[in-house]
Ligand binder design. Structure first.
Ligand code: C5P
Length: 234
């Protein structure tokens, strides 16, 4: 496969608290911005032909500063995102429209801890003809549904329940078309791309994700990620 990569990084990261370093994708872990770790993983993967990073218009300077860490033989371009993740992804997909790619991997900038083995599992499944591939791991916690006051209503069965990760990966024309149709239907609230494929009736195949491939969401996630990298480099 020849893969275009969309990295969405236009979120404000409000759940991680405000910081002078800006949104969490620009915080330093192991001495480098989160987004640089993410980019480097894709840059070292043989199927990557083109990378587009979707950034917030206010983050031009932050991205330029982060980008100083990067030496890439692969073309990396930035485009501006929108108010929702779905709109940011569509901006990236539209940029890739005229590129020579068969597939696209859509990834959250704030997931720096995936490896090439995961990318290879995804590519193998796409190569076998899957239109949509989702890395996911079985949920191990016991799940509770609660009311708005925080009182438990029921325990939700975790049988056959998986936690969705990224990069979510697709035949390029198929997902671009589904995204365009979702936008034309005035939907802008899909929180991942597999759910747009589901909405469009495209079968989504699961591949095994990795426990490490977490989304850095709250402030303590950044500190934990930094510790993890410092420990592994000892
Ligand atoms: O907000 P959430 O945790 O779902 O964000 C996941 C990813 O989507 C993050 O990398 C974030 O920067 C990105 N995002 C975006 N545009 C938005 C909202 C989120 O690119 N409007």
């Amino acid at each position: 496969i020849s893969a275009g990569i969309v990295i969405v990084a236009a979120g404000r990261g409000e759940r991680a608290g405000s910081s002078k370093e800006g949104p969490k994708q620009y915080r330093l872990i192991g001495g480098k911005p989160v987004i640089v770790h993410t980019l480097e993983n894709f840059m070292t993967w043989e199927a990557t032909t083109e990378i587009v990073v979707v950034i917030h218009p206010d983050d031009e300077a932050l991205f330029a500063k982060a980008f100083r860490h990067i030496i890439s033989a692969t073309p990396i371009t930035t485009v501006h995102g929108g108010p929702t993740r779905q709109q940011s992804v569509l901006a990236g997909l539209r940029y890739l429209k005229d590129k020579q790619i068969s597939h696209v991997l859509i990834h959250d900038a704030v997931r720096p801890f995936f490896d090439n083995a995961l990318l290879d599992r995804i590519a193998a499944t796409l190569g076998d003809g899957a239109q949509a591939v989702l890395p996911a791991i079985p949920v191990t916690d016991t799940l509770k549904r609660v009311d708005s006051a925080g009182t438990v209503l029921t325990t939700v069965s975790r049988e056959h329940v998986y936690a969705a990760q990224t990069p979510q990966s697709f035949a390029f024309g198929t997902i671009l078309d589904a995204h365009e149709r979702a936008a034309a239907s005035r939907r802008s609230d899909f929180t991942d791309d597999a759910s747009i494929a589901e909405w469009a009736g495209i079968p989504v195949t699961i591949v095994e994700g990795t426990a490490d491939n977490v989304k850095l969401t709250v402030k303590s996630d950044i500190a934990m990620a930094d510790d993890k990298l410092s420990i592994s480099s000892l």
